[in-house]
Structures are given as structure tokens and as C-alpha cells.
Write a protein that binds this ligand. Structure first.
Ligand code: ACM
Length: 652
């Protein structure tokens, strides 16, 4: 892969540049006192950071003293492991007060109203570190901040010699802006193992996310064992392995093996829920119905209104919808559960009974998005249902379905949550809405008194490309880091009590493995984390990006993948009066230079520097560009065919 070289370069970028960048913004970013150097680069930015004189030096014999609480066991073990592995130091733990303790994790006897249930107060003194919180979750988040104050090598999975394990003395008071700080991980389009889901949780908790929304069912796979419905996992969890451009794959033949996929047993789910809980993450299950249900239909065809369903197979990425007319899509196969079929509600009752027991989280997400009307419009069972129930439109048919599903969910003691399309035909007041098509639907829902989680495509869709399609895996839309950072989950004019929080969504049609899932999540996941945790007035792109670059180095050492796409230049092309191409280049971050070539050779900083729009020489076939910061290359070598630029500029 082309990525190796730039990643190495990132490791060598001069730390002083970040320091300058942060110092340059100290004025605007000041809270109680300006942040004076790059030693403090916490993401998400805490509520208050007051730098003190001096440094704390980790002793070779570390004592962690922690309040007695079963909920703290994992936090203490985590801190012990994270400190001992890279340092090679001896780390002991105590639950009784000790004057010689190095790090104290203390649950407040008297509640500190400022901190709430997830906040913490962190004091790094010259001789001792203390984290105080009302609840174990606060101590866990305090530990995350504490680790971010230590040198980046603290992220290492093996011992590193020769590091001065110090951190700046500081007083931090911190608590989240919003209670719902979610990441959605689509384990249906491509299956991710239990171990990979744990790896994803490990990465998200560093940035103080607290909800993992697992998208467990879609056209491409059903991923959870349901007792009494064996075909869901015998048939519904498997398709034909394909790679390339998902959505346009050649339909599999009957003899191709259906052995790609997988599912979680109920024991696996219990293990994941417990693993997440120990890290203060709740898992919200999503079973996406009535659309996106081809894996169910392939398993139990009589849950469809369409007789041909008996021949349907779990989708392997071939085309099943036509989006050329926009939403709702034209269904080329019927991937919906039949709202006019009582068996569907019996099926859902069985599924949600078990799902409700497995996931303690109060909400179950039932999908409701992108339901095609194509097959329902011409189906006699649906027509009869409409007549019987007085339903005038297809969205009203969906609303009928959703109300019945909500009854099932409520009967299991859970709250109903769905994507924003469920608002269209009318939905009950108690339904919670996840707003994805834009902020608008969530705003309307909140004004109508629904609980809302904001996860709009414009800011929070992690499946979108992070830079030019020339370098990114192709998908139909783009979302750069800087745009993600603009995410403001609480719209003006809305009572904020209805906005539960915000969430970024990682759909995985084009994400084939966990390394790519990480690449798509970071650094945009930093931006969303800061949007949902940090005070709105503390958000500052320049300062955020300086911290992001520090975290790139941490992720390098942690061996977590991330996208360097933010360094890729932005191409903008038009035709000038003489019909020639005029190519403008810009960068998403300040302080970078772009060097280029048209002669097929690889530009470096001794090549022409971009200063004004370019006109390609007459026979040139490719424009190669690379970004530098000073003498250091930071971007990837981009190869832009002139033919592609001609296409983008339109006809000559
Ligand atoms: C969605 O992106 N279809 C919720």
C-alpha cells in the first residue's frame, strides 16, 4: 500500500511545530490560563486546564491507590497495565489510603455537583497525582486524560527504554457537554469479530465515547444468534466474498460458496456487553427493519409480501436498489418485511425479547430507514391493510408498522429508537429519533418533543471519503476532517433537553477489515468526540488540529490506524476563457506547501511550489502533487490524471 511511507514521515514531524501552533492560539483558547506548550494536548479538550509550575516524574515503583468499588476494577487494571508495559516499572495497587501513593483514584464521599456522573477533577502535583470523581466513570475518564499527559510512548505495547516519564503539573476539571457520545459500527455489511469489536471499543474510550451502536442486521448479514430462529445465522449470516466497488458487484452464481460473514453467539454478546460496560460504554443494538432486511428474508422468505422472495439470497454487494430517482429508492428486489403479515410481528417479538435481555441499554434501535415503496405499492396484502386500517399513503403503512414494533419494544421494557424517516408517516411521541439525513429532521423532532440523537451525514458520516477520490476508497460523498469539526449537535432554537447527544456512524459497505475501520474513524472520531464532550466555546480548529497531530503520533505507537487524508491537497478545476484547464490547489490545514510535477516524476520540495492556478502543458497526462511542512513531507503523493481533471471541468 502507498500509505507506509507517509506514515513513517508523520513519525518524524518536528514537535516544535505543534508547540508553535498551540502557543499561537493560546490567547483565543485560554481558559483560566493559556495553554503554554504542546505537553498538554488532550482530546477532547477539557472544560478547564490550569497549568502549574514543574513536572511530575513517574517513580520506578508506582502505587495506585483506588477507592473500593467493583466498577473500578477494570479502570485500575487498565491503568496498571498501561503504566507498567511501556515503562517496565513496577506498579502496585492498594485500596486503603496511603500517604505514599503515586496515583490516587478517589470516589467523592460528598458529591461535587459540577462533575455530574462522568466528570472528574485531575491534579498532577510535583509528588502525587489525584483524580477525584463522583462515579467510577469519571475516574475512568480522568485516567484517559492522565495518560494523554504522559509522553506518547506510553501508548506502546512493549517496554521502551530511555524515556523520561514525566508529565506537566496541572489542574484539570472536566465533564461532558452531552450524555450520548456515540459511535455506530456497522458489523452487518462486513462482519467484524468479537475481538475486533473489543479493539474498536478500546480505541473509542480513549476519546471518552460512551455508546457503541452496533448495526446488527442488514441486507448483507444477520449477526446475532436468536434461539428458535436458527436460519438467521445458518443462512442469514453468510454471503459470497467480493472485493472492489461494493454495490456494483457481479451477482453471485448459485455454485459460489456462501461462506463469508459470521455472527455473535448470545455468549459472545454477553461478553461484549460486559467488556464495554467495564469501560463505561453501553452497547445499543440495532435491528434494521422493515427495510434493509434481505438477510432475514433469505432466511425466512414468508416474512416478505413478495412470492419471489423464496429465491432471494443474502446480498453480496450486488445492486438491489436504484437510487437514480433519489429517496425512497426503487427496489429491484423486495428487501422489506411485510407489514401486512402477522408472522412478521411474531418474528419480531421473538427477536426483540432476546435482544432486550442481552443488552441492558434502555434503547433498542429498530432502523426504519430507506424503505423502498416499490413492492408495497403493488401488493394486494398491503392494499388490504391500507383499506382495513384507513392508511392513505405508503409512509402511513410504515407508520403502522413502526407503531406495532414500538409496542413490542415497550412490552420488553425498552425504549424505541429509529432513523428519522419514521417521522414521515407519523410516529408516537415516545419514539426517540436518530437524525441522519440532516440536522433538520432532528430539529423538527426535538421541537415536536421527541428525544433526538444527532448524527447527520453532513458532519458525522465516517463512511464518506476524507479527501479526493483519487486517494480514498470510492464512495458517493466526501467529509473532510475540518467539516466534521464543525459538528454542532445542539441546534439554535431547540430546547436542549431533547437533544440527547451526537454520534458518528461508520457504515462498512466499503470497509473490509478492522484496519480500514480505524482509518475511517480516526481522526474524524476526534472531531466528533470534541463536539459532544467539550464546551462549545472551547472549540477551535487550529488548536484542535495541533492536538490531532500529537495524537497521530500516539496512534502510531499504539498501532491504531488513522487517515492522513487531511494533508491531501484539495483540487478545484474550471475552464478558463480559452477553454484550457485552470487547476487550483489548496490545503485543509495552514502552513503547508504544495509541490507539483507534470512530467511523471515524483515531486519533492525542490520542484515547483504551487502559488497560482496551473495550466497543464499540452501533452501532460498526470499532475503529481505532495504537501510539505517546511522540509518535511506530510502528505501522500497524489497522482491526478489530466483526463480526470478534464472530466471534472466539463466539456471543452
Ligand atoms: C442511513 O444512513 N441509512 C441511516
Amino acid at each position: 500500500m502507498k500509505l507506509t511511507v507517509p506514515f513513517l514521515f508523520l513519525l518524524f514531524v518536528n514537535i516544535n511545530l505543534f508547540a508553535q501552533s498551540i502557543e499561537g492560539n493560546a490567547e483565543t483558547f485560554a481558559n483560566n490560563e493559556p495553554i503554554s506548550n504542546s505537553e498538554i494536548a488532550i482530546i477532547p479538550e477539557p472544560v478547564s486546564v490550569v497549568k502549574q509550575a514543574g513536572h511530575f516524574v513517574l517513580p520506578a515503583n508506582i502505587i495506585i491507590q483506588a477507592s473500593k468499588s467493583p466498577e473500578l476494577k477494570q479502570t485500575v487494571a487498565f491503568l496498571q497495565e498501561r503504566l507498567s508495559t511501556p515503562t517496565g516499572y513496577y506498579v502496585n495497587t492498594l485500596s486503603t489510603p496511603s500517604a505514599t501513593a503515586t496515583i490516587k483514584l478517589i470516589l467523592n464521599d460528598k458529591q461535587d455537583a459540577t462533575l455530574g456522573t462522568e466528570g472528574y477533577h485531575l491534579t498532577v502535583g510535583l509528588k502525587q497525582v489525584t483524580i477525584r470523581a463522583n462515579k467510577p466513570a469519571g475516574l475512568f475518564y480522568g485516567v484517559q486524560s492522565l495518560l494523554q499527559l504522559l509522553p506518547k510512548e506510553i501508548e506502546s505495547k512493549e517496554e521502551i527504554k530511555g524515556i523520561k516519564w514525566t508529565m506537566p503539573c496541572v489542574e484539570i476539571t472536566d465533564y461532558p457537554r452531552l450524555g450520548w457520545r456515540g459511535l455506530m459500527f456497522d458489523v452487518a455489511r462486513h462482519f467484524f469479530t468479537k475481538q475486533e469489536v473489543k479493539q474498536y471499543i478500546d480505541a473509542m474510550v480513549r476519546y471518552k465515547y460512551n455508546i457503541l451502536h452496533l448495526h446488527l442486521a442488514d441486507d448483507e448479514g444477520w449477526r446475532i444468534e436468536i434461539k428458535g430462529l436458527p436460519k438467521l445465522t445458518e443462512v442469514g449470516a453468510w454471503n459470497v466474498k467480493r472485493v472492489g466497488n461494493f454495490g456494483d458487484f457481479i451477482p453471485p452464481t448459485a455454485d459460489e460458496p456462501r461462506n463469508y460473514g459470521g455472527f455473535y453467539t448470545q455468549e459472545d454478546i454477553k461478553e461484549l456487553v460486559a467488556y464495554a460496560k467495564e469501560r463505561f460504554v453501553d452497547i445499543m443494538p440495532e435491528i434494521d427493519v422493515p427495510g434493509h432486511s434481505l438477510a432475514v428474508i433469505a432466511s425466512y422468505p414468508d416474512l416478505s409480501c413478495t412470492p419471489e422472495a423464496a429465491t432471494y439470497k443474502v446480498r453480496s454487494g450486488e445492486k438491489i436498489m436504484d437510487w437514480s430517482r433519489g429517496a425512497p429508492p426503487i427496489g429491484l428486489v423486495d428487501n422489506t418485511l411485510c407489514p401486512a403479515n402477522e408472522k412478521v410481528y411474531v418474528f419480531l417479538d421473538t427477536v426483540f425479547s432476546q435482544v432486550a435481555k442481552l443488552f441492558p441499554f434502555p434503547y433498542i434501535h429498530v432502523g426504519g430507514d430507506e424503505v423502498s415503496h416499490t413492492f408495497w405499492e403493488k401488493n394486494d396484502q398491503i392494499k388490504e391493510l391500507m383499506k382495513r386500517e384507513g392508511l392513505k399513503t405508503i409512509p402511513e403503512v410504515q407508520a403502522y408498522f413502526e407503531k406495532r414494533v414500538e409496542k413490542i419494544i415497550v412490552a420488553k421494557g425498552k425504549k424505541f429508537m429509529a432513523w428519522d424517516e419514521v417521522l414521515e408517516g407519523g410516529v408516537s411521541q415516545s419514539a426517540a429519533v436518530m437524525s441522519w439525513r440532516s440536522m433538520k429532521y432532528g430539529t423538527e423532532a426535538a421541537k415536536a418533543g421527541h428525544e433526538v440523537v444527532m448524527s447527520p451525514t453532513q458532519f458525522a458520516y465516517l463512511d464518506y471519503m476524507q479527501a479526493d477520490a483519487i486517494t480514498e476508497p470510492k464512495i458517493y460523498a466526501s467529509l473532510r476532517l475540518s467539516k466534521t469539526y464543525e459538528f454542532e449537535p445542539v441546534p439554535e432554537g431547540v430546547n436542549p433537553v431533547y437533544i440527547k447527544g451526537g454520534q458518528a456512524n461508520l457504515w462498512t459497505e466499503q470497509v473490509y477489515n478492522i484496519r480500514q475501520a480505524e482509518y475511517m474513524t480516526w481522526p474524524r472520531g476526534f472531531a466528533i468526540a470534541e463536539s459532544v464532550w467539550s464546551p462549545k466555546e472551547k472549540k477551535n480548529w487550529t488548536n484542535f488540529f495541533a492536538r490531532t497531530e500529537q495524537h497521530f503520533k500516539r496512534l502510531d505507537i499504539a498501532e491504531t490506524k488513522y487517515a492522513p487524508s487531511v494533508y491531501d491537497p484539495i483540487f478545484s478545476v474550471k475552464r478558463s476563457a480559452d477553454r484550457n484547464l485552470s487547476i487550483s490547489l489548496s490545503t485543509e490545514v495552514e502552513g503547508l506547501d504544495i509541490y507539483y510535477s507534470f512530467d511523471n516524476s515524483f515531486p519533492d520540495r525542490f520542484y515547483p511550489k504551487y502559488t497560482a492556478p496551473l495550466v497543464p502543458p499540452i501533452d501532460a497526462t498526470v499532475l503529481k502533487v505532495i504537501t510539505y511542512r517546511g522540509k518535511t513531507p506530510v502528505g501522500r503523493m497524489m497522482n491526478m490524471p489530466i483526463e480526470e481533471l478534464n472530466k471534472r471541468a466539463g466539456k471543452k
